[in-house]
Design a protein around this ligand. Structure first.
Ligand SMILES: [Zn+2]
Length: 201
């Protein structure tokens, strides 16, 4: 059992990783619930897949449009930014064997879209993130003011944990925001960049 870092406030809460205990304090989702939600999405046909370079991306849950927006944002983050290229390098070396171990394939990166709770990465250095749809479109503390949370921003942040292993760090817990999220958003939106200045909402 591990105590989780959190992405702050009630909106950017991290996934709790007390795996197998079925325990989900406040808004966090544990791995067992996450697996169940992915299974439910699969059986409901709520699955979209894409390749970003040689990285397979699998998106579960939400509507087809929401999954498509998540894939577009993933492509932007991974292919249009310097840190995104480092993320691709990290994901690319995580292989799994198939054909009786004869072929190594790049492990898919999965993104679970949820309608409640927070966004999070299952663990530092994992291939799994959860994106909370209720965060999309809400404002966050920024300089200049007016920042509105986007798919790109959440994916950049959670991939910071998942691909690059960057933690949120101790209070004010801005490490992943400062090292990954803000630089990526600045590179994607140089003329309309709203630097996130606080961890919670
Ligand atoms: Zn975080």
């Amino acid at each position: 059992m591990k105590v989780r870092r959190r992405c702050g406030g009630n909106n950017w809460g991290e996934i709790d990783e007390q795996q197998g205990e079925g325990y989900s304090p406040d808004n966090r989702i544990n791995n067992r619930d996450r697996e169940l939600k992915i299974y439910q999405a699969k059986t409901a046909g709520q699955v979209s897949t894409a390749m970003v370079g040689d990285i397979p991306i699998e998106v579960y849950g939400g509507t087809e449009e929401q999954r498509s927006l998540a894939i577009d944002a993933t492509r932007d983050v991974l292919t249009k930014t310097d840190l995104g290229k480092s993320m691709q390098d990290s994901f690319r070396v995580r292989t799994e064997s198939s054909w009786f171990g004869l072929v190594k394939e790049v492990q898919p990166v999965d993104i679970l879209l949820v309608n409640s709770g927070g966004s999070g990465a299952t663990d530092l250095g994992s291939n799994h993130i959860t994106l909370s749809l209720k965060q999309i479109g809400i404002s966050y503390p920024s300089n200049p003011p007016g920042g509105i949370t986007s798919y790109q921003q959440v994916i950049a942040h959670e991939f910071g944990h998942a691909a690059l292993g960057v933690p949120d760090g101790f209070y004010p817990a801005m490490e992943c925001v400062n090292r990954v999220e803000n630089p990526i958003m600045k590179q994607l939106h140089p003329l309309d960049f709203h630097e996130r200045t606080a961890y919670g909402f």
